[in-house]
Design a binder for this molecule. Structure first.
Ligand SMILES: Cc1cc2nc3c(=O)[nH]c(=O)nc-3n(C[C@H](O)[C@H](O)[C@H](O)COP(=O)(O)OP(=O)(O)OC[C@H]3O[C@@H](n4cnc5c(N)ncnc54)[C@H](O)[C@@H]3O)c2cc1C
Length: 567
């Protein structure tokens, strides 16, 4: 008897096979702009489907190890990572996954839309990067923060070129040390303090509880400057060199010895993101450089970084969903069940079709956030800044939740094989679960959305986009236009209620529902805008998204019927 061996799923090329990504780029960049990006994107996709897929598996199989002492007893706190992790690091630099929006050549070619190209790179790179996408996000956030005019040029000149280097030999990433044991969401509880030294540098003392990418050459740490008082607004961002070579306090220490005053207590044993070293770190008079004037309220500066990492989180969610879909479709086209090949089952096709609708929605939401970010950074577009204020938390929270629900379905779509570690499938679910937690849980972001609406007038720019999309929808589908118009009317009323009494129990208790409703309606509008440009796939996705998420209707029959077009 021959032993049956299950087919290995072979997904499509992540760039060539992603029609929505390609048409999105065609619209956002124009034909010439997209043509200018094609070489980069195809090159990265080829690496992802080849050496990076292998590196991803290696990094997952060989998690980082903290080596606290050298053989002679000296404290070294070294974090050893796998060859796969190093390969991911080198690829992120080579493919300019962080650097692209900062490169003059890229800004020359694509202007503000360099962020759109970067989003496409992240969409391809992230899902099989063993979560190197996390250090990538934080390096980008740190680079954005260092780019602020308030930052001392000598600090910027020393560190920014390394963060945005495309040479793997010189490129670095950054950690981000905000969360403390007594409060992650509630930064006001932070107890890490900073005191100035005579030479303009500072010394930080405190305990940081969740420090991802702890092998990075630097970190941005939040600390309370001495005498600054209570609350979160006064917390200031500081750059902390991780290694002795970058710390003037270290004398002639070895290049990769930890900077004095920086102790790695232990690495976290996490549900997912296992290749990513996440540490608990103690600071005792650690050398630090202020990023802006610590006498000025610093949280607003740190938010520059947080907005960047939040939109990266949305990109990671959307990219993971798309890759999950590609794997699930590949498996279904080779797996046989009662009735024939799995991909011909109407029920399985309907399941995949609904997932494809969600993946399309998450993609345009993340894509829109990146497009807005580019317009804010290049040209300082005030309308884009006003919209990004609310779109960043909305995109992060909505895609995070979608990613977890979708990942569970993807695992299930592989049957028992989806539950077996060395297929690589279980990590889809494990890694998705961090997306709604870090950089703001769903509820914490929903409260941020309330603040944006009640204190920063973030509602009107969003409502204007929704109104315009309902008008665009009318010639395509009156029913869809009506759905969008009535969802917008309901939101207008709810936002007025928030503005009238933002602290009321009803408003606070309903914050998550409101935020998700805003995000889902915005997603319908974004799909429609793309449909109105002439994209058939987006038109179908818009119709099905609106029925699924705005009217809560069953879409199985259509999802089954149109699966190929949706993918
Ligand atoms: C894998 C991973 C990597 C991470 N990496 C980093 C890192 O590199 N740097 C870093 O600084 N942090 C990092 N974090 C920490 C992360 O950002 C925090 O865990 C997160 O912000 C939540 O904070 P917390 O753990 O203190 O939970 P809490 O804030 O205590 O939240 C607990 C619960 O309370 C809810 N909650 C909190 N406040 C409110 C409120 N006002 N109203 C209603 N509900 C509320 C939350 O929604 C949550 O459900 C990481 C976390 C993970 C899981």
């Amino acid at each position: 008897m021959t032993r049956y061996v299950q087919p290995v799923p072979a997904p499509d090329d992540p760039y060539a096979g992603d029609t929505l990504l390609r048409s999105w780029l065609e619209r956002q960049l124009g034909a010439a702009g997209h043509a200018a990006a094609k070489g980069r994107l195809a090159g990265l996709a080829a690496d992802v489907a080849g050496p990076l897929r292998a590196a991803h598996a290696d990094a997952e199989a060989h998690p980082p190890v903290l080596v606290r002492y050298d053989p002679w007893g000296a404290r070294v706190d070294r974090i050893d990572t796998s060859a796969g992790w190093q390969a991911q690091r080198a690829a992120a630099a080579r493919h300019a996954v962080v650097a692209l929006p900062y490169l003059e050549s890229a800004r020359g070619t694509w202007g503000a839309a360099a962020r759109v190209v970067q989003h496409a790179l992240l969409h391809l790179y992230g899902p099989e990067s063993a979560t190197f996408s996390c250090p990538v996000a934080m390096a980008d956030g740190a680079a954005a923060l260092l780019s602020l005019p308030e930052v001392d040029p000598s600090v910027r000149d020393a560190w920014l070129p390394r963060l945005i280097s495309t040479d793997p030999d010189t490129a670095i990433t950054s950690g981000q040390w905000m969360t403390e044991s007594q409060g992650g969401s509630d930064l006001a509880r932070s107890t890490t303090t900073g005191r100035p030294a005579a030479d303009g540098s500072w010394r930080l003392t405190g305990e940081k509880w969740f420090c991802s990418a702890a092998d990075s050459a630097m970190a941005v740490a939040l600390a309370r400057p001495e005498g600054a008082g209570r609350g979160s607004r006064v917390l200031a961002p500081f750059l902390v060199p991780r290694y002795a070579a970058d710390s003037p306090l270290a004398g002639a220490a070895a290049p990769y010895a930890p900077a004095p005053g920086v102790r790695v207590h232990r690495l976290k044993d996490k549900l997912g993101t296992r290749a990513l070293p996440t540490a608990e770190i103690g600071l005792r008079d650690a050398y630090a450089l202020p990023l802006g004037d610590p006498a000025q309220p610093g949280l607003v500066r740190a938010m520059t970084l947080v907005v960047v990492t939040r939109v990266h989180n949305a990109a990671a969610a959307a990219g993971g969903m798309r890759r999950g879909l590609a794997y699930a479709r590949a498996y279904a086209s080779a797996r046989h069940v009662a009735g024939g090949v799995l991909s011909s089952s109407p029920l399985h096709r309907a399941t995949l079709g609904a997932l494809a609708v969600d993946a399309a929605g998450a993609f345009v939401l993340a894509g829109h956030a990146f497009a807005l970010l580019g317009r804010v950074e290049v040209g300082g577009d005030p309308a884009a800044a006003a919209e990004l204020r609310i779109v960043a938390p909305l995109a992060k929270l909505a895609t995070g939740r979608l990613a977890v629900g979708s990942a569970s379905e993807y695992v299930e779509s592989f049957g028992g094989a989806g539950y077996v570690e060395d297929t690589g499938v279980p990590r889809l679910l494990r890694d998705a679960q961090v997306l709604p937690i870090w950089e703001g849980t769903t509820n914490v972001l929903a409260l941020d959305v309330l603040r944006a609406v009640s204190r920063e007038e973030a509602g009107p720019p969003l409502l204007r986009r929704l109104d315009a999309a309902a008008d665009l929808a009318r010639p395509l589908s009156p029913a869809l236009a009506d759905t969008l118009a009535s969802a917008t009317a309901e939101l207008r009323e709810r936002l007025a209620g928030v503005a009238a009494d933002p602290q009321s129990v009803a408003v606070v208790a309903g914050a998550r529902d409101l935020a998700l409703r805003l995000a889902h309606t915005l997603t319908a509008a974004l799909l429609l805008e793309h449909a109105a440009w002439g994209d058939e796939q987006a038109e179908l996705a818009a119709r099905l998204w609106a029925r699924r998420w705005l009217r809560h209707e069953e879409i199985a029959a259509d999802a089954h019927h149109h699966l190929e077009l949706l993918c």
